[in-house]
Design a protein around this ligand. Structure first.
Ligand SMILES: [Zn+2]
Length: 380
């Protein structure tokens, strides 16, 4: 009898790991939750389990930098049911929890999840429990920088940054004030700030100077209000300046933040996203978001290369989280978070968030997900 030396081998695929520049036909062997070997011709008989990746791409487990997974609170989806089987091994909850309800988020969502669940804690102590109708920072006293700081200090492995929304319905006309308050908190805590830019009363060019390197502009392709494009359709000089200073630009598609007219204009001007994320909630899970794969498919359809798209959901978000090399990569000795992805040919209709349609000939689908060395059952 052959001795089994691996727990699992992903066999016959092409490994694509943009962070390391690796793109090679190779098998990936896994042992004790870690990548044990990446090489061609690994013998499946040496493993307890073989994942057939023939004709597929083998990438690091995907990272969704902006999603909502506080199930039952703030319209969150269920990470293990709705996210993990679709190739996403790390999901970042963008501000659903504030200092008040973070303990519940940790106990009932983060701890039991098989998915790696990280958080950007909200500056508002109530987080996004009430969403837009409530307006999480309309009352100045709801901002809780001390509480957020405590949560960041107590859970550095989970909480990777702070989230605010500068939406008028969330902050009134106090956007700049709140931005400065959040920036000061982040500077003291040494974490990045993620800012929802749509619907702000101040133009983006007046807000961006407050952003530091590593801070994240989320909903970068929004068509609402004063966003990244000037009236003549050119990228704002303040946006280019911000990128040059190391500000991160994140898609966060959501229900209303991805008109093709903006996305196409940005890509034509070679202003590509740093990060592609879904902003999935229970309200968008059955469309127009569905999952991160469908958002990746749209970027492929708009002309980004598959390698560029995969970079935006692996090494780039890992870097934005301060976890470069720990997640979003495939290295021997590293955690065995793996996605096996197919590029399916066909005629597929895709829609933006304003109902515009395009036809694309390729759809990205997930054949298998491995999380910490274990094969995840497919989505039902
Ligand atoms: Zn969101």
């Amino acid at each position: 009898m052959t001795e089994r030396i691996y727990d699992l081998v992903v066999n016959g695929g092409t490994v694509l790991d943009p962070g390391s520049g690796r793109q090679v036909r190779a098998d990936v062997a896994v042992k004790d939750g870690k990548v044990a070997e990446i090489a061609p011709g690994l013998d499946g008989a040496l493993a307890d389990r073989v994942v057939d990746a023939a004709g597929a791409w083998v990438t690091p487990g995907l990272i969704d930098l902006h999603a909502h997974v506080y199930w039952g609170v703030g319209r969150g989806v269920d990470a293990d049911r709705d996210v993990l089987p679709r190739g996403v091994t790390t999901v970042v909850d963008a501000g659903s929890a504030g200092s008040l309800n973070f303990p519940g988020f940790k106990r009932y969502v983060v701890d039991p999840a098989r998915t790696r669940v990280l958080s950007f804690v909200h500056l508002s102590y109530i987080g996004l429990v009430g969403g837009t109708p409530l307006g999480e920072l309309l009352k100045p006293e709801w901002a809780d920088p001390e509480g957020a700081t405590e949560v960041i200090k107590a859970h550095p492995d989970i909480v990777r940054g702070v989230k605010i929304r500068l939406e008028e319905r969330a902050v009134g006309s106090r956007g700049k004030e709140i931005l400065q308050e959040a920036r000061a908190l982040c500077a003291a805590a040494g974490v990045p700030l993620m800012v929802h830019i749509c619907g702000a009363t101040d133009p983006l060019s007046e807000l961006l100077p407050y952003f530091g390197p590593g801070d994240i502009v989320t909903h970068m392709m929004t068509g609402r209000g004063k966003a990244v494009l000037e009236a003549d359709g050119k990228v704002l000089p303040a946006v280019t300046d911000a990128r040059d200073r190391g500000v991160v630009f994140d898609v966060a598609h959501g229900r209303s933040h991805f008109p093709f007219r903006v996305a196409e204009s940005l890509l034509r001007q070679e202003f590509l996203p740093d990060v592609i994320s879904s902003d999935v909630t229970s309200l968008s899970l059955n469309g127009p978001v569905y999952d991160l794969l469908s958002i990746m498919t749209k970027h492929l359809a708009l002309g980004m290369s598959f390698e560029q798209v995969v970079r935006c959901v692996t090494s780039n978000p890992a870097k934005a989280l301060g976890l470069a090399g720990q997640i979003g990569s495939l290295e021997v000795g590293g955690v065995a978070d793996i996605a096996v992805l197919d590029l399916l040919p066909g005629d597929f209709e895709i829609f933006d968030t304003e109902g515009e349609k395009r036809i694309t000939d390729t759809r990205i689908a997930c054949r298998a997900t491995v999380r910490a060395g274990e094969l995840v059952p497919p989505a039902v």
